[in-house]
Design a protein around this ligand. Structure first.
Ligand code: ATP
Ligand code: MG
Length: 183
């Protein structure tokens, strides 16, 4: 599974539809303060099923919707579309019948979030399961938030262990086991 494209519409500062190509290898995002670098990372987290408004630096989930600026009025919805190359067919069961996966999350004011995978309505839970492995996922250790390194250095051993377990790929396993036990 490889991320290939990200499209943001009305998401935080990205009011007009914005397309990004995610190339192979390491991706760096550079730009002046306040240009939207962290917003991009948050869009990635969000489309993978992030549910904590705090992780998105907002008070409520609807704070991801473009709130308006001097010359632009606020929007009623935010949408992020993530395209994944699944030609290696490594997506979990249920998502593995196509070479390309298009995950769309949209939040509408006063309505809430809805997800689609390849145009089909999908539960939040199933999208989170799709990304439950360590290399991806809204809580993936591969996405390092601003300030997270110093947090890690100052963390209690138990919290640091959680990060190491996630990095070792055990996190997704725990989550799937928990899900299986609930069934
Ligand atoms: P830094 O280099 O300081 O870390 P950055 O490139 O990471 O900056 P972001 O934090 O991604 O910048 O972007 C901040 C900008 O996004 C601010 O100008 C803020 O007003 C804008 N922003 C955040 N949420 C919204 C929203 N809901 N509607 C409109 N603009 C928003
Ligand atoms: Mg930032």
């Amino acid at each position: 599974m490889r991320f290939t494209k990200l499209r943001l519409t009305g998401f935080k500062s990205f009011v007009d539809p914005t397309d990004l190509t995610i190339a192979d290898g390491l991706t760096g995002v550079v730009g002046p303060n306040g240009c939207g670098k962290s917003n991009l990372l948050e869009a990635l987290r969000w489309v993978m099923g992030e549910t904590r408004a705090k992780a998105m630096r907002g008070g409520g989930m609807e704070d991801v919707i473009f709130a308006g600026a001097a010359s632009r009025s606020a929007r009623n919805f935010a949408e992020v579309c993530l395209t994944i190359d699944n030609s290696d067919r490594l997506a979990p069961a249920g998502f593995n019948d196509s070479d390309q996966l298009e995950i769309v999350r949209r939040i509408t004011r006063d309505v809430g979030s809805a997800y689609k995978v390849n145009s089909k309505d999908t539960r939040a839970r199933d999208v989170q399961m799709l990304f439950a492995d360590a290399s991806t996922g809204a809580h993936s250790p591969a996405l390092v938030r601003q300030g997270q390194i110093s947090e890690l250095i100052n963390a209690k051993p138990k919290n640091r262990r959680k990060v190491l377990e996630d990095a070792a790929g055990i996190g997704g396993l725990y989550q799937r086991r928990h899900e299986a036990e609930l069934k």
